[in-house]
Design a protein. Sequence first.
Length: 178
Amino acid sequence: MERVATCGRRFVLATRQTMTDRPPGFFEGTEMPTAGWWEALWPDPAGVLAAVGIKHGMDVIDLCSGDGWFTLQIAKIARGVTAIDIDPNLLNVARHRLAENGVTNCDFVASDAHALADLVLAPVDFVFMANAYHGVPDRLRLDRAVRETLKTNGRFAIVNWHQRPSSSISRFESYHAG
Ligand SMILES: C[S@@+](CC[C@H](N)C(=O)[O-])C[C@H]1O[C@@H](n2cnc3c(N)ncnc32)[C@H](O)[C@@H]1O
């Protein structure tokens, strides 16, 4: 595990990085996409956070935080954020993104998500996990770890893709094709 502290310096945001050597425990199919995809698919990350109920004053974990696309917006709302990702390079990109925006209420922890309960010293209000749950092989194990980190009445929000039958995809496409 590697802990990367936030510092007050300004950084230029690096381009998105992907991991070439996946560590043991990496969730299948959860690599960050190439630059530009998230801006197109998630143009309103703050709107997503409002929809799932992240509110001012909360302590939040951004689980599998990637390069910080959602982490930055969480940090703008929450009292504090812990960003956890197995890829230290992506955490560095996230750290630079937040520093560039003058945001200092975030800790960055490089770790397997399953170790969550050992990483978090005090229970939190909210665990947020976007675009990664589809790759979790043992969801019950992860759910238990999340539950151990939450306060009573804490919430776990999973933002993820759903498989759709190809017929519904065609309908969607034809709708947009006019
Ligand atoms: C598709 S990205 C999504 C990142 C971020 N949540 C977002 O939506 O912008 C999935 C992330 O999960 C991380 N990841 C994969 N396996 C992991 C594991 N076992 N523990 C922690 N993070 C993991 C990857 O490194 C990657 O950054």
